[in-house]
Design a protein around this ligand. Structure first.
Ligand SMILES: C[S@@+](CC[C@H](N)C(=O)[O-])C[C@H]1O[C@@H](n2cnc3c(N)ncnc32)[C@H](O)[C@@H]1O
Length: 319
């Protein structure tokens, strides 16, 4: 764990490289009140935190991110709120422990804005984009962990197939996995994208770029996104005070399903398997869903910011 308070010598940026998504909906859902404290689990470029601090003058925010460079930029952007802000370089999977270490629990709201930022996507060297030539990296925290290069060049065809199928929901994962193994070594993002295009015999009609699902799967595996989200949601519930809000913005069906199922389970008064004749779990609900249906961005937002198109927001309240 690394506290960034007062230690950042950030480069000046003129314009944020990421437009925050569903800001008005997020503020409505988080319902920030004067004196409230919040955790922004995906601080990124600081856009959502800036909106909270602009909206509620006395709010306190703990912002967490795995990407040290993003934290530095956010620190610069949010410099006028230094006294209300704590920035932490770490993983939201540990958010209760992190927040406790700053005596920042219980809180009135926890926000997740999952995935990656435009700043990360548009930096070729980070290796997230199939449109720019770059190293096959994809780590949010580029100082630790395995990279996409390791997975692409070392995993077996069976491991690659189940990864691309499960995390990318690619129906033709087997063809992609075999194409990857046949063309090793694969060094760069564009080399990988070309392999996927050939394996899927593009151009056939498709709404999305053929490498989208494979890149999503690799990014999720490199950053253990599924496991982190599952742990992070549990920790968020521990961190919220009664009546506090959990707000999650996700960008594809794999992560949205995790959030939906988590809220459903947390709202249930019994989690025993239906086959049991009577309840033995003694569990009690911890969350109440606030929106029955998933919240989507407005048409005008998606026209202005195409990245918002896939955004889905779910909101629940701590009981
Ligand atoms: C969509 S961006 C957030 C953008 C931000 N809300 C804004 O308005 O600028 C997602 C951010 O989450 C970070 N991230 C992804 N997984 C994380 C994790 N497990 N713990 C902490 N940060 C994570 C990424 O590094 C990225 O900066």
């Amino acid at each position: 764990m690394t506290s960034l308070a007062n230690e950042i010598d950030a480069p000046r940026i003129t314009e944020p490289a990421h437009t925050p998504v569903m800001v008005q909906e997020m503020l409505l859902a988080l319902a920030p009140v004067e004196g409230g404290s919040f955790i922004d689990c995906n601080l990124g470029e600081g856009g959502h935190t800036e909106a909270i601090l602009n909206g509620v003058r006395s709010a306190r925010v703990l912002g967490i991110d795995l990407d040290y460079d993003a934290l530095m930029r956010a620190s610069e952007r949010l410099s006028k709120w230094t006294s209300q802000l704590t920035l932490h370089h770490g993983n939201f999977a540990d958010l209760y422990k992190i927040a406790s270490s700053y005596r920042h629990v219980p809180v009135s709201g926890v926000l997740f804005d999952l995935g990656l930022s435009s700043a990360q996507l548009d930096t070729p060297d980070r290796g997230f984009s199939f449109r720019h030539e770059g190293r096959l990296d994809m780590r949010f925290n580029h100082s630790t962990g395995i990279s996409a290069h390791d997975i692409v060049n070392r995993w077996s065809v069976e491991e690659l197939e189940s990864l691309i199928h499960d995390l990318g929901e690619e129906p033709r994962a087997g063809r992609v996995a075999r194409g990857i193994v046949r063309n090793r070594p694969i060094e760069t993002t564009l080399e990988l994208a070309t392999v996927v295009i050939k394996a899927l015999n593009w151009p056939t009609y498709s709404r999305i770029h053929p490498a989208t699902r494979t890149f999503q799967a690799l990014r999720m595996a490199v950053n253990e996104e599924k496991e982190n989200l599952e742990r992070g949601l549990e920790e968020a519930v521990l961190s919220l005070n009664s009546g506090g809000r959990l707000v999650v913005i996700s960008y594809h069906s794999v992560e949205d399903r995790i959030v939906k199922n988590f809220i459903r389970r947390s709202a249930a008064s019994c989690i025993c398997p239906p086959s049991l004749p009577e309840c033995v779990c003694n569990s009690s609900p911890t969350l109440t869903p606030i929106n029955k249906r998933v919240i989507k961005p407005t048409v005008s937002e998606t026209q202005d910011n195409p990245r918002a198109r896939s955004a889905r927001m779910r909101v629940a309240e701590r009981i």
